[in-house]
Design a protein around this ligand. Structure first.
Ligand code: FNR
Length: 390
């Protein structure tokens, strides 16, 4: 029998008994503090920063604080199973690594380390278009592990189609299309340093290795990096992209397509009507629009609008397994983890990402077991699992 996900706690205590130093912090705030101490201020700001005054970042967390479990007793939850299949992808629990761009700024192994850790734990990685390694390199690091590809949708169709073809060929099964970042939000942490990493050429491994992108350059990126970066940056004016254009993606991607950044039930319904297979309820971790609603506050309405017809995934503000459990209890089919794994990567590469994933999975397991649930089906059929406060 496979050990429960919470066995990570047992491992940590056993190591403590053997006199080993504790691993990285399990408390997400302590993990963030450790990453702040490790990274230069600009890089830490790139990860931690939000849009404007940070009100959306705070709203994401405040939305979690308005929900609480009501634990139930004397139910048999000794044997639990959180495994699930989302859009054809099997996973040990409904958790994925969110697309986080430019991981090479945090650790030299960047997305390769994240992919190895995710594959080891069995959790899907969603690879960002603005990665520090190519689609093919990350696929190789991921091996037999599940992987999805996140598209920042370029305005040039030839490049879009080429990226999709590469991702398909490299074994990425679901396409995630991020809609909320067609242009960059107002981000004081980057502005105050006058530093936008993309304009320095960070996270350009995928376009620079792309034949359609390279075909539009007078000289190769290796010879004129600034011109290549300028061509890439100009593809994210975004305003040419419309609902009607989703058919381009549908024609060139045979697998499931999920739209990321959806926050209004009407947009979710429109996505499904347009033939999309799912949505990710997300506000990009509060990085795009200041004074937006907490993402968790958008979740129930979207589950109600499209939950029967499409997959509804969630991110923005998930720090712990208990947070993930709340989003699942509100009807999410799966949850994506963002900043915490970036901090784990910054602190200890592949080992750090694995640690963060195992912490979240272990706490998810314990939270649901201790609230009286042994499976996702039980959780979803329990209307009393959560109460809303305030
Ligand atoms: C992101 N996010 C993101 N999303 C995406 O679709 N493509 C990307 O390249 C990135 N890049 C990125 C970089 C950094 C440093 C962060 C923190 C986030 C958004 C990400 O997928 C997810 O929506 C948020 O991270 C969720 O918020 P929390 O839970 O991390 O606060």
């Amino acid at each position: 029998m496979t050990p429960p996900l919470s066995s990570y706690a047992t491992e940590i205590y056993q190591r403590g008994l053997a006199g080993d130093a504790p691993p990285l912090p399990t408390d997400p705030s302590a993990l963030e503090d450790a990453a702040r101490a490790e990274l230069d201020a600009g890089t830490f700001g790139y990860v931690a920063g939000g849009a404007g005054s940070g009100a959306t970042l705070r709203a994401n967390r405040a939305a979690f604080d308005r929900h609480a479990f009501v634990p139930r007793m004397l139910r048999d939850t000794t044997i639990r199973d959180w495994s699930t299949t989302v859009l054809g992808t099997a996973m040990p629990a409904p958790l994925l690594l969110a697309p986080v761009g430019m991981l090479g700024l945090l650790h030299p192994d960047g997305e390769l380390a994240a992919a190895r850790a995710a594959a080891d734990v069995g959790v899907p990685i969603v690879l960002s278009t603005v990665a520090s390694h190519t689609i093919e390199e990350v696929a190789e690091a991921s091996g037999d592990g599940p992987r999805w590809y996140q598209l920042y949708w370029p305005t040039e169709d030839g490049v879009t189609v080429s990226l999709l073809e590469r991702a398909r060929a490299a074994g990425y099964t679901t396409l995630v299309v991020t809609l909320d970042t067609w242009t960059l939000g107002w981000r004081p942490a980057d502005l105050d340093r006058g530093d936008r990493p993309m304009l320095r050429g960070a996270g350009a491994a995928i376009p620079f290795s792309d034949p359609a992108f390279r075909a539009g350059l007078a000289v190769a990126p290796e010879e004129d990096r600034a011109a290549a970066v300028a061509r890439w940056a100009s593809m994210f004016t975004g305003t040419a992209l419309r609902w009607e254009r989703l058919d381009l993606l549908r024609r060139h991607w045979p697998g499931p397509i999920v739209l990321k950044g959806v926050q209004h039930p009407a947009d979710a319904a429109r996505a499904v009507d347009a033939g999309m297979d799912g949505v990710i309820v997300s506000n990009h971790g509060g990085r795009q629009v200041d004074r937006a609603i907490g993402a968790l506050d958008a979740l129930p309405g979207i589950v109600e609008a499209v939950g029967e017809r499409a997959a509804v995934l969630f991110d923005s503000g998930v720090r712990t397994g208990a947070d993930a459990a709340v989003a699942l209890a509100l009807g999410a089919d799966a949850v994506l983890l963002g900043r915490p794994y970036a901090y784990g990567l910054a602190l200890a590469g592949e080992h750090g990402v694995r640690h963060v994933l195992r912490c979240v999975l272990a706490e998810l397991d314990l939270t649901l077991a201790l609230t009286g649930h042994a499976s996702l089906a039980e959780l979803r059929s329990d209307p009393d699992a959560l109460v809303r406060r305030g």
